[in-house]
Ligand binder design. Structure first.
Ligand SMILES: C[S@@+](CC[C@H](N)C(=O)[O-])C[C@H]1O[C@@H](n2cnc3c(N)ncnc32)[C@H](O)[C@@H]1O
Length: 330
């Protein structure tokens, strides 16, 4: 869960309201920030107009977002559409509707209900976190552990705590065809999305899902336990960019006043489910790696293999901490 932060909420809201006012339909077309565009204008013209409106709204990737939304409105044509292609009246109103939502800072993945994660397209719903690129570091971490332990062809048992959309569990099951997995979440709606993704991505026969409060009522013996728990502090939640603050469920973000609540609950209970010699692999928030590692060591985990125990995410910040349960530990 890598979250974009913006300390400038009021400014963002003003820009958003301005941009919304600028995106208005006229009898002869649509107007974006002083640019009027005829409904039959080309795809390229629409992309430029949307790009400008998105930039004015403070969106970080205006052109990319404009193209994705326009292509979604033209479905099912695919991605190889010429810039010179004319846009019909009906398509123009569809594009305008999607654009209004983006200007209101709804993420593209939420508008389309889809997010690509580790090369696969996942459904996302209001009950799930929008999976983040940083979480792909956790996937790479687990795969490095599996290779180092020579577990690739073993019938591994994987437990994913806080499964959400299933981004972690479903990806691991797809990457490790011999593995079986259990995904746990407190949200029944999130579990439904995880189930849908497991079906869509062909791993449903190896995935079980359970509604539970972390490890309460969870039984079994797993070689790998993963978790990307909510880890934002109260202060970080107050500073979230509109895309995350308004659209990701609070349950997926809120890590208690200092962001550490989930780790404090999960780590002491791991011995009940993690096989001796097994690994736990956590995503952590920026600046939390040392504290989570300390907690793991205190509870009998070995973090001495630095190549496997700490991994950086996309912004070169430590985002994954892993520990091996000592063989023979109680
Ligand atoms: C940061 S999201 C991670 C979702 C997904 N694993 C991912 O990486 O995209 C945290 C998840 O933990 C779940 N969660 C929060 N509190 C929980 C609890 N007490 N027990 C189980 N799951 C919980 C949330 O519903 C959410 O799906």
């Amino acid at each position: 869960m890598a979250l974009p932060f913006s300390g400038n909420f009021i400014l963002a809201e003003c820009i958003m309201n301005d941009a919304l006012n600028q995106l208005s339909q006229r009898g002869d077309g649509f107007s974006f920030g002083g640019v009027t565009i005829a409904p039959q204008a080309s795809l390229g013209d629409w992309q430029n107009a949307l790009g400008q409106a998105f930039e004015t709204a403070g969106i970080r990737t205006p052109q990319i977002d404009a193209r994705r939304l326009i292509l979604a409105a033209l479905e099912p044509e695919g991605t190889n559409v010429e810039s010179s292609r004319e846009i019909s009246d009906l398509e123009a109103s569809r594009i305008a509707e999607l654009a209004q939502r983006r200007i209101a800072r709804e993420p593209v993945s939420r508008i389309l209900g889809q997010r690509k994660f580790y090369g696969r397209e996942f459904d996302v719903t209001p009950a799930t976190l929008d999976p983040r690129r940083d979480t792909e570091a956790l996937i790479r971490s687990v795969l490095a552990i599996v290779n180092a332990e020579e577990w690739r062809n073993k019938p591994l048992q994987i437990l994913d705590l806080g499964v959400g959309s299933g981004a972690i569990l479903v990806t691991l099951l797809a990457e490790l065809p011999q593995a079986m997995g259990l995904g746990v979440d407190l949200s029944a709606e999130a579990l439904e999305t995880a189930q849908a993704n497991a079906c869509k991505l062909g791993v449903a026969d190896r995935a079980r899902l359970q509604e539970a409060d972390w490890l309460e009522g969870v039984s079994g013996s797993f070689q790998i336990v993963t978790a990307n728990p909510p880890y934002l502090s109260d202060e970080e939640i107050a500073q979230l960019a509109p895309e995350a603050g308004a659209y990701d469920p609070r349950l997926a973000l809120d890590g208690g006043h200092d962001g550490m609540k989930a780790y404090q609950t999960i780590i002491p209970a791991l011995k009940n489910v993690l096989a001796p010699g097994g690994w736990c692999v956590f995503e952590v928030g920026p600046g939390q790696a040392a504290a989570v590692e300390k907690m793991l060591v205190y509870h009998g985990f070995n973090t001495e293999n630095r190549d496997l125990s700490v991994r950086k995410g996309v912004y070169n910040v430590e985002r994954v901490v892993a520990g091996k349960r000592q063989t023979g530990s109680s």
